[in-house]
Design a protein around this ligand. Structure first.
Ligand code: HEM
Length: 369
């Protein structure tokens, strides 16, 4: 998703080529190991998993897209995490309140003032990272020694012979980081929840991972060949539709399902409803990774029936990267720990915000295997 409000349809964000993704794996594994160390330090006591996952994914995404070490995982109460959380909440409050649609009205509100303060924390951080990298690139005569990451690509890009402005670069980076971190954090929280809720799924994944030689869990090609891991993540992304709704505006008169919509109408697409439609997914509220295993594969019968990353021209540009992050993290965490739900954890109340959230939070205990 691109919650900063700017569409990347015409942007310079690069698509993720498999070779580029492969080069990300060691950095992601390093941040995953730091997360594992933090979880080990909890010594089996219960904790809410969102913040530690968020810190890990923020560090990993900033590292791979900007080549910078944020070290959010080493800070107890990071102001950056707070700024990201709070600005997402405030942007969502605006999104669902038609009275705040006008910029003029919104700017008169306390909500806008708080949002500006939180965004300033993020902008200041991003500006300092961009300045540092820009200076390094200049020292290297704008010939970077390593493969280009997203920030390098943006710093060196020219449109009609002109470099991008600092604001354009920052907006692109913010879109990418906002879109990537919140979604993968939610997705990983639900992966851990689903595994804790379904011990037989945890055992089956263990069995699959046990067959790998030690250390192989950062080898992407190997991880991509694990059918149960793949099916498990697919089912989590279906059952807990991370982006529950999205919208599209008609640009001309359009007929959908026999109804005509004139140009300029906003249509909301209920992606959660689609993922829980029994005609595409029998027993839609039952968690069944097996439905994605080859023998019983139902998917692909109806085009666009499974679209956790949306579809069409605005399909998620980070989908392959998201799966890489999820596979690496799931494999490493599941290998390191057995995890269980807090006794008496009530059934989750899901909340459709910009990404799917839970009212109660997800409280798990991690015991070393
Ligand atoms: C499980 C994780 C993720 C899910 C479920 C997800 C889902 C989505 C969805 C549904 C959209 C389209 C929204 C729409 O149709 O309006 C989208 C767009 C986008 N995603 Fe993701 N995403 C994930 C991870 C990522 C990651 C890791 C990145 C980058 C690091 C990313 C970057 C983007 C960007 C930049 C867009 C905007 C594309 C555009 O507007 O053209 N996403 N994502």
């Amino acid at each position: 998703m691109a919650p900063t409000g700017r569409s990347s349809g015409g942007s310079s964000l690069p698509a993720f080529r498999p070779t580029l993704l492969r080069s990300f794996a060691p950095s992601v594994a390093k941040h995953a190991d730091r997360l594992i160390q933090r979880l080990e330090e909890t010594r089996g006591s219960f904790l809410e998993v969102t913040d530690p996952l968020f810190a890990c994914l923020l560090d990993a995404i900033v590292d791979t897209s900007m080549g910078e070490q944020l070290e959010t995982q080493s800070v107890a109460h990071s102001p950056i995490i707070k700024a990201f959380h709070r600005s997402s909440q405030l942007l969502f409050k605006r999104m669902i309140n038609p009275l705040l649609a006008s910029d003029w009205v919104f700017k008169q509100t306390r909500l806008w003032r708080e949002l500006s303060e939180q965004l300033q924390v993020i902008h200041t951080l991003m500006d300092s990272l961009i300045d540092r990298r820009s200076a390094q690139l200049q020292q290297q005569g704008n010939e970077p020694r390593k493969a280009l990451n997203l920030l390098d690509t943006l710093l060196l890009a020219k449109i009609d012979g002109e470099p991008l402005s600092r604001k354009e670069i920052r907006d692109e980076i913010n879109t990418f980081v906002f879109a990537g971190v919140d979604t993968t954090t939610a997705a990983m929280s639900f992966v851990l929840y689903a595994l804790a809720m379904n011990p037989e799924a945890q055992d089956r994944l263990q069995e699959e991972l046990r067959q790998l030689p030690l250390g192989i869990s950062i080898d992407l090609d190997t991880l991509n060949e694990l059918p149960y891991l793949d099916a498990l993540l697919k089912e989590v992304l279906r059952m807990y539709t991370i982006v529950p709704t999205t919208g599209r505006q008609t640009t001309r008169s359009t007929v959908i399902g026999g109804r005509t919509y004139c140009a300029g109408v906003t249509l909301w697409i209920n992606m959660y409803g689609l993922a829980h439609d029994a005609s595409y997914f029998p027993d839609p509220y039952v968690f069944k990774p097996e439905r994605w295993m080859q023998e019983t594969e139902l998917q692909a019968e109806v085009p666009f029936s499974y679209i956790p990353f949306s579809g069409g021209p605005h399909v998620c540009i980070g989908r392959r990267y998201a799966l890489l992050l999820m596979k690496l993290l799931t494999a490493r965490i599941a290998r390191a720990f057995q995890f269980e739900l807090r006794p008496g954890q009530p059934e989750l109340t899901l909340q459709a915000q910009m990404v799917l959230k839970t009212r109660e939070g997800i409280h798990l205990a991690f015991t070393k295997r």
